[in-house]
Design a protein around this ligand. Structure first.
Ligand SMILES: Cc1cc2nc3c(=O)[nH]c(=O)nc-3n(C[C@H](O)[C@H](O)[C@H](O)COP(=O)(O)OP(=O)(O)OC[C@H]3O[C@@H](n4cnc5c(N)ncnc54)[C@H](O)[C@@H]3O)c2cc1C
Length: 289
């Protein structure tokens, strides 16, 4: 049986040299590594002794260490940013023992299509901090799109702005423990605008109480679709400056422009139908809240 060499760095300065070695990979929670083909793995870098287990909340930006598990992340966010979309998303992922192991760094680097982490992080427009062949902070989207940034780099932290946004997270799965077929992350920032008497909509509706507010910003991310993830930018643009009272979530969801590949138990059309239904529900929920 092949022997894998373990490395146990205790300072970040030791890591870049280790990452240069052929076949040597970081070991976060190990939940993906241990299920993958280890034939290409010559060595593993244990991250436990590195200073990757932190949470900083400074000048409106939250930074969480890449070594934090899903459980640690939800626990700390409940104290410092209790509305954060990551809380419902990560609390519903996998099982308790797995949430106690899965790390943020490993989940970003691995990015499975069933990820409960990536939709919320993409919606939050998070940045990743790297060491190794690429040192510095990079928008998460850039990290995902550019292989040259990812290669031989270690994620040390994930940061995002702390903001009071209305949020909604949905994961499609047949049973609670199933991998999700897709997830929807919605963030909306509503601000008070016109006095109620000046608003166009005076008819009684579920949203009448919101007629004096307008949507300043909306972010909608679907993970698990054909391109792995997509941001519904044109829908986001069409929501901006609208009054929630004037929106028809059913019409919006009906024109959903996302394609899915077939998955176990789901045809592409059925997945699209489910996504449209859940998008409508999600929009109703965030616009009302
Ligand atoms: C049965 C099961 C069910 C699951 N269900 C869900 C679910 O519902 N939702 C969900 O979100 N996740 C779920 N997961 C977790 C998901 O599938 C991955 O296993 C997990 O995201 C990997 O994280 P990790 O910390 O264990 O990474 P590891 O297995 O340690 O590493 C994964 C990859 O990332 C690299 N890596 C690790 N740390 C870093 C770092 N800091 N910087 C750069 N690269 C790094 C490794 O070298 C490796 O290539 C489930 C896992 C299992 C086993």
């Amino acid at each position: 049986m092949k022997e894998i060499t373990w490395y146990f760095p205790s300072t970040l300065e030791e890591v870049p040299e280790l990452l240069k070695k052929e076949g040597v990979f970081a070991h976060g929670g190990g939940t993906a590594l241990l299920r993958s083909n280890l034939a290409r793995v010559e060595g593993l870098i244990d991250l436990k002794a590195l200073p990757l287990n932190f949470c900083r909340d400074s000048e409106g930006v939250i930074e969480i260490g890449a070594g934090c598990t899903y459980s640690q992340t939800t626990e700390v966010l409940q104290k410092i940013d209790s509305h954060n979309i990551l809380i419902p998303a990560l609390s519903g992922a996998a099982s308790t023992p797995l949430r106690n192991r899965i790390t943020l760094g490993g989940s970003i680097a691995f990015f499975p299509v069933w990820s409960d982490l990536m939709g919320p992080l993409l919606a939050l427009e998070a940045e990743v901090t790297l060491i190794g062949s690429n040192k510095g902070s990079f928008p998460l989207v850039e990290y995902l799109k550019k292989r040259e940034i990812r290669n031989r780099s270690l994620i040390t932290g994930i940061s995002f702005k702390k903001r009071e946004l209305n949020s909604y997270y949905f994961r499609q799965s047949r049973t609670r423990f199933d991998y999700s077929a897709f997830s929807i992350s919605i963030l909306v920032n509503k601000i008070a605008s016109l006095p109620e008497s000046l608003c166009a909509s005076s008819s009684p509706s579920a949203y009448t109480s919101l007629s004096a507010s307008r949507i300043e910003e909306a972010v909608i991310v679907i993970v698990g679709c054909r391109n792995k993830f997509t941001r519904l930018s044109s829908l986001e643009d069409s929501l901006k400056s609208c009054s929630p009272a004037d929106l028809q979530p059913k019409d919006i969801a009906g024109s959903l422009e996302v394609e899915f590949a077939a998955k176990k138990n789901y045809s592409p059309d059925y997945l699209k139908h489910l996504a449209a239904v859940e998008l409508e529900r999600g929009l109703k929920a965030v616009l009302r809240s």
